[in-house]
Design a protein around this ligand. Structure first.
Ligand SMILES: [Ca+2]
Length: 120
């Protein structure tokens, strides 16, 4: 009987652990805002390749979130109606003028959400 109780407790703990780890998101620590480009030329290129080169050691290797807003007015990129060539944690943020209905991107800035417990 005692053995059965122990087994039950272990099973419950294991299930609880699985549930916790599935919903687990480490707390996010955001980098500074970056604005290395504007829409003059081909578009606004706030991509990680350039940002990492220009700010060595500042952006964590495993990015969890990216956020882009307009420099003027802080409008979320998702709300501007623009089409983005990239807006993700792999490439960063790229808005090409040629992809826009009116031929020009706005000027955006980006920041990245990193796990707080990793060096970044
Ligand atoms: Ca920009």
């Amino acid at each position: 009987m005692a053995k059965l109780m122990v087994l039950t407790v272990v099973a419950v703990l294991l299930l609880a652990d699985v549930k916790l780890s599935r919903g687990f998101r480490p707390p996010l620590c955001w980098t500074d805002w970056y604005n290395r480009d504007n829409a003059n030329g081909k578009g606004d290129y706030e991509d990680l390749k350039h940002l990492r080169k220009e700010h060595p050691g500042e952006i964590c290797p495993y990015i969890l979130e990216i956020e882009a807003v307009t420099v003027f007015g802080n409008i979320r990129a998702e709300d501007t109606g623009h089409t983005f060539q990239a807006y993700n944690t792999e490439v960063g943020f790229i808005c090409r003028n040629e992809d826009q209905q009116f031929g020009r991107c706005m000027d955006y800035k980006v920041r990245f959400g990193c796990p707080c417990f990793l060096p970044h």
